[in-house]
Design a protein around this ligand. Structure first.
Ligand SMILES: [Zn+2]
Length: 89
């Protein structure tokens, strides 16, 4: 059952749960020699934009906040992967 959302960037209606055209950020996937892999933990309810262009425009216009978000997530991932505390410079 598809439930419509409105794009944060332009207000256009889109359907986050549609398999092939359902907004961004989209479910991560990659082709490898072992076959097709995608992030099964992805939750389509976190999509906020109808197109990649709308998402990129929003990120550009909010670059500082986005950078802070990325820095905080990356910092946490480094701690998780190495199991040690790394201080930010
Ligand atoms: Zn849009």
């Amino acid at each position: 059952m598809s439930k419509a959302r409105f794009c944060v960037g332009c207000g256009k209606k889109y359907y986050p749960n549609a398999e092939y055209s359902g907004g961004y950020p989209s479910q991560w996937y990659v082709w490898t020699e072992q076959g097709y892999h995608k992030d099964e933990t992805f939750d389509p309810s976190y999509k906020r934009f109808h197109s990649k262009g709308c998402m990129e425009k929003f990120l550009s216009q909010n670059a500082q906040a986005f950078a802070n978000l990325v820095d905080s997530i990356s910092h946490n991932m480094i701690q998780d992967n190495n199991n040690q505390t790394i201080k930010k410079g």
